[in-house]
Design a protein around this ligand. Structure first.
Ligand SMILES: [Zn+2]
Ligand SMILES: [Zn+2]
Length: 345
């Protein structure tokens, strides 16, 4: 994480001099359509951040600011149009941007969709199919909620967010479920607390699909693909695609890797399941399937604030052009351990 005053100063200089776009092109973004990713869209950031991982939230007001800025510089397109551009089928070169939302939270329907429709902006939602229409909430939200309830601040101790991330990135999902069950015995959480985290229902998805929103897959259970067996990964990617296609009667071409985590085995599974486009959160391209590793920029409430806590167009410009990637790059290896051993990255 770059300290905020450094970020503000760097952003001002880079934006004024056009260096943000130059650095963006150096870090591999040139010629690639801009694809933005958000998670939850809420009415009030501060109150939602009391129970939710803050970096998964954007307020409706901040989302509108981002969209207005992007809309003055890019033409908003659907993911199918992004696909056409990537495959060289649209014959145009103007800057285009697509807006996506991960995890399939119900607040997309309540807060994001009315705003997007009012502005005529196409969008896409990547759903976690096993949670659609249920009262179960995302595994990362459950874990974070439980850890915040137990957390006693002490110097040097990892925060609930750091602990959540460390557990998610190291353990298999079945092991995380065991950790959650133990924590739930110690600090039970009421049903009301879960409500803001609910996923969309199939009826809502039918409606938003009819309204032109692209429905993509984000696996069945938000499994982190780099931690699981090949068979489990395959079940997750093909099972979720079949479920959406069966329920909505529409083809599913787009897939987003949960938490942006992928390796070559994950990319191979996404290819085998028949997806045409896969979205990551960094600029690493798989050599065999570049269209299954399309980079996205993830934004949230505070990603474009300056050192005074105010929205900064310069910082948004730097985020869009990935100017900060040079200093805080990707931590992933992206190759399976077998390939690393063979020296094939
Ligand atoms: Zn996700
Ligand atoms: Zn990466």
């Amino acid at each position: 994480m770059i300290r905020s005053w450094t970020k503000t100063a760097a952003a001002c200089v880079m934006s004024r001099t056009g260096l943000d776009r130059l650095v963006g092109s150096l870090s591999g973004a040139k010629g690639v359509p801009l694809v933005i990713g958000y998670h939850r869209v809420v009415e009030d950031f501060a109150s939602s951040a009391e129970t939710s991982i803050p970096s998964m939230l954007v307020s409706r007001q901040m989302l509108e600011r981002h969209l207005d800025w992007i809309g003055r510089r890019f033409r908003f397109v659907s993911l199918d149009e992004v696909g056409a551009r990537l495959e060289g089928r649209d014959g145009r070169e103007d800057p285009v941007a697509a807006i996506t939302f991960d995890d399939g939270y119900r607040d997309f329907y309540d807060h994001a969709l009315p705003l997007l429709q009012r502005k005529g902006i196409p969008s896409a939602v990547f759903v976690v199919t096993d949670l659609v229409g249920t009262r179960r909430i995302q595994i990362h939200d459950r874990l974070y909620l439980l850890l915040t309830r137990q957390f006693r601040p002490s110097s040097g101790a990892p925060t609930p967010f750091q602990t959540t991330r460390a557990l998610l990135e190291t353990l298999r999902q079945a092991e995380i479920e065991k950790v959650i069950q133990k924590l739930e015995l110690e600090v039970p959480i009421s049903e009301d607390t879960f409500r803001p985290f609910y996923s969309l229902t199939w009826e809502m998805l039918e409606e938003i699909c009819r309204a032109g929103v692209t429905i993509g897959s984000h696996t069945r259970t938000h499994v982190l693909m780099t931690n699981e067996s090949r068979q489990r990964v395959m079940e997750e990617v093909s099972g979720s695609r079949q479920e959406i296609e069966g329920r909505l009667g529409t083809g599913v071409q787009h897939f987003a890797y949960p938490s942006g985590l992928f390796n070559t085995a994950a990319v191979d599974a996404v290819a085998a399941a028949g997806y045409r486009f896969g979205y990551t959160t960094c600029t690493h391209h798989d050599a065999g399937f570049p269209l299954l590793t399309v980079p996205r920029n993830l934004l949230w409430e505070n990603s474009c604030l300056d050192s005074h806590g105010l929205f900064s167009e310069s910082i948004l410009s730097c985020q869009i052009h990935r100017a900060f990637d040079l200093v805080s790059g990707c931590r992933q290896l992206h190759a399976t351990s077998q390939e690393s051993a063979n020296g094939r990255l």
